[in-house]
Each structure stands twice: as structure tokens, then as C-alpha cells.
Design a protein around this ligand. Sequence first.
Ligand code: ZN
Length: 459
Amino acid sequence: MPLLIRDGEIVTADARYHADIYVESETITRIGENFEAPPEAEVIDASGKYVFPGFIDPHVHIYLPFMATFAKDTHETASIAALIGGTTTYIEMCCPSRLDDALEGYHLWRSKAEGNSACDYTFHMAVSKYIGETEKQLREIVRDGVTSFKVFLAYKNFFGIDDGELYRTLTLARKLGVIVTAHCENAELVAQLQQDLLSAGKTGPEWHEPSRPESVEAEGTHHFATFLENTGATGYVVHLSCESALKAALAAKERGVKISIESVIPHFLLDKTHAERPGVEGMKHVMSPPLREKRNQGVLWNALNAGLIDTAGTDHCPFDTEQKLLGRDSFTQIPNGIPGIEERVNLLFTYGVQRGKLDLHRFVEAASTRAAKLFGLFPAKGTIAVGSDADLVIYDPSYRGVLSAATQHVNNDYNGFECFPIEGRPSAVTVRGKVQVRDGAFVGERARGRFLRREPAHF
Ligand SMILES: [Zn+2]
């Protein structure tokens, strides 16, 4: 069925104008004024609303065996939550551990998503070891359309790789034109500091941050940049949390290293005092890198607005209260992660755009367009143009609401942003021309989502 979106204010990374959008067979076919709707067309009145390109979350975890348990979401729950929040595409971290076979892991992650996601999706392929068959396996995965890798400089002996493996991964990535995303913390320092704290009887969630201080992240970031510099590979720092790591990444950028930067929504809005709350309340806010001193938040917002931080993702990773309590005797056993897939866009809009900290075009770019360009999805995704996929968010900036676990769609029993007011939300969301969300409710097809095959783009 054709779709006509009438009289909205279209906002992309570089344009803003009033127009109608006409959609046929999943694609935007016309943009103009005063279109007549044929009788069979579905019509959405977007007057008084923004029309944004579908938002892209470049960093989520859905299926994840981690720290003796599994993250709570399925693709069904995560994709519906994503869509209600305006995210029409997500990139999941495919994370087999060091003990697993990479190719088997890839097929396992693919099978979890296939036919179960209501929004479009793709993967970053984790390289958690580099052994004999790794090159052949990674080449096969890249041929299959997964053209970004993930490496962990943290999580020693589980996801983490050593420097030799990092070098070989980056060298292969450069040959294949693949971008490498990286969790940047010095694994050895984390392990040593954890032991020192535990030996001193410091076991609560408030000791998680001191076990991986800002300097440990700054070192990891500099370390990754140095390896990029010496291999010529293209890199992307995930979930950068603090000023010192930002300085390390920007210094690398200035000397010509091909490095982009992602920060994630918790670090813009929450600080280390959340993890210092007693008992399970603190554990709910344990993630890595940890929540930092509040002074970092202004730095991150300014860098995001200036485009120095490229993207704003989530690192969505839900563990419920019972799972968090696995760490009741030691902060090192608290499953790391916090949900955010449903809240990211509304929080960025409210606390960025509505508060004057984030330009409206930069908002679209940071939450959609830049990720589409970096990860080979543009211009099908990330913009509103004739020929692009009709992933559209009709957004109501006059909506007022409050975030709460009681009303969320993510499969979890708490919300990391409980009681945060929001000023704006999607009033309709489409995936390739199909209306999937209206006014906060999922109304679409549960298996609408498609695996997005991508071409290597970083030669
Ligand atoms: Zn992650």
C-alpha cells in the first residue's frame, strides 16, 4: 500500500523544509508539495511535527551470554522497544567468546535475529581471538555483508585479545576495507586494580569505577589509536565516557589517524553517584566503561554538538535485578550493562535539542546519518531522499511524558532513567514504508525486520 506523509517539517543532517513524502514499495519515490493521495494510499498528517530519517543505534547487545548469564532481551522485545523509541535499524554486537568458534557464533547470532526482528538490523563481528582459521572465517563473514569488526581491549581471557591479535585483526581489516570498532580499556590494569580493591575488602558497586578509572580508558584509547596508526586501518571507539579518553582520540584524529568516536546515552546523563547508591540500586548502574564524574557530561555534549564525537548510541544491554545481584558479594561479578534502546532518541532530543545543547541537524546526524555513513548503510538509511528506504520518524516535539520501568517495552524490571521527564516522542514510525508504531504503541509486523548486507567502504 502506498503511504503519503503530509505536511511535515522534514529535518535531515543538512536540510530543513516543509514537504509531503510519497512512498511506494518500501522506498521514498517523491518529495514535494500538495500531493494527491490515491484512494488506496495510507495517509499520515504530520503537520506540526518533524519528520526525521529512521534512527540508527550503532551499538546494541540483544543475544549475549555474558558473566554467567544472558542479557534479557530477544529480538522481538528489543526491536519493538527500539521502534517505539524511533530507532528503525540497530547494529548488534555479535560476540562469541574466546572459547567459541567465530563462524559458528556468527551463524548463531544471525539465527537469533532471523524472522524475529520488527526493525532492520546488522552486526559488528567480534574478533575475540586470532588463530589459524580466523582469517578465512572473517573473509567469509565479510563476504556475507558484515563489514565491521569489534575488538575488546578489556575483558581479559573472555572477549579480550592481545596486542599480536589486535595487530593481525587490523591488518586484515585494512585489506578488506572493514572498519574496526573497539572497547578501549587496558585489560591488565583493570584485572590488577580489581584484585587490589577486593583484597582490601572493597566489594560494593561503588568500587567498580575506581577499578577502571578514566586513565585506564584513556590508555586503552591511545593504545588502539597507536595500532590504527601503524596498520593504516580505520577504527571507531565505542562508548567513550570521559574527557581524558576524548583527548586521546582527538589527538589521534589530529595526527591523521582514521578514528571515529561514539559515546552512549548513559554517559551524557548519568554519573558515578548512580553506581554509588547502596545495594542493587548501585548495581543497576554498573557498566563498562563506568559512569564517571559529572564534570565529563558537559564535555561530551559539547563534543557531540561540534561533531567531534561522531555518534550517540546506547550499548543497550539489559540485565534484571536478580541478575545484577549475582554481584552482591563482589562488584566484579555484577553483569555489566544498562538498557537504553527505547529511550536514546527521546533523551537526546529532550536533554540535547530542547535544552539548547545539541543542534537539531547534529541530533539527526549523531543518531542516524553518521552511523549510516560509517557503517555502509547510506543513503538507503540515514537520510530522507528519493530512492532511500522509507524509514521515517514522525516526531511530536510537544509530547510530554516520564520514563519508567512500568511503561517500557524492553524486557527488564528496571529503567536506568526512571523518572526522567521527556519532551518529545515519535507519533509514528515506519520501516520501509510500513507503519510499525503509532503514539507509543507497536501496531506493525513482528517479523518486518531484514538483515542488511553491507559493502566494505574503508579502503
Ligand atoms: Zn557493548
